[in-house]
Design a binder for this molecule. Structure first.
Ligand code: G4P
Length: 195
């Protein structure tokens, strides 16, 4: 998505080897017009899929997920993160390891908000190692719901998340696909292909 790639070039900051800081428009300050355009783009990319619910995980997935919900006219549910591993009967839950932050997060969703009639589109801000999405897929399985696809705002193709999802035959659409960080600059996959 050109608008997003331009914004990443303009406002994204490469930190170290493999982290892109996007707190100017995505995960601290949020640009609602860009989010709305992204919601519409996900709607176009998953056109025809009978989606009944958008699922994400707090906190940075919420903004793109809500605007996607607006475009699809379906409710948005975000999994909550807890440090405690105490299991509760009325929740679906999974454990998610964050490679970036080196912590285990316990995510959970109330059984009230996901069931076997749901056809789910997962939306998240980053696809890096794929652990957050894997956790959400586990929760969808527990609910007996059906996954329709995964929509990602920024994918880092050099980390293993995309491969994991492709291996499972999941329909994945990413609005920006980063091939590499070179000397502090972002290189998108489509730029590479043009060369
Ligand atoms: P995963 O999201 O694919 O599972 O990969 P990983 O375990 O590496 O990521 C853990 C957390 O780090 C996630 O946020 C993810 O969104 C974030 N993250 C991964 N790569 C980047 C990056 O290049 N830039 C930024 N800004 N974040 C990145 P989280 O722990 O769920 O936190 P939250 O910010 O959503 O609350």
């Amino acid at each position: 998505m050109r608008l997003l790639e331009e914004r990443i070039k303009k406002d994204g900051q490469v930190l170290g080897e493999d982290v892109l800081k996007v707190d100017n428009f995505l995960n601290h300050q949020v640009d609602p017009e860009l989010m709305a355009a992204m919601g519409e783009e996900f709607k176009r990319l998953f056109e025809g899929a009978p989606i009944t619910k958008i699922l994400t995980v707090e906190s940075s997935g919420i903004a793109p997920a809500v605007f996607s919900g607006l475009a699809f006219h379906v409710p948005v549910v975000f999994a909550r993160k807890h440090k405690s591993l105490t299991l509760q009967d009325n929740m679906y839950s999974a454990t998610v390891y964050s490679y970036t932050k080196k912590v285990n997060n316990h995510i959970s969703i109330s059984k009230k908000f996901l069931n076997e009639n749901d056809r789910v589109l997962v939306i998240d801000d980053f696809l890096a190692n794929g652990q957050a999405v894997e956790g959400l897929l586990e929760v969808i399985d527990q609910a007996g719901a059906q996954l329709e696809g995964v929509g990602i705002v920024i994918e880092k193709t050099f980390q293993k998340g995309r491969e994991l999802l492709d291996q499972r035959g999941i329909h994945v659409e990413s609005l920006a696909r980063i091939a590499a960080f070179e000397q502090g600059e972002v290189v998108f996959l489509d730029e590479n292909n043009e060369n």
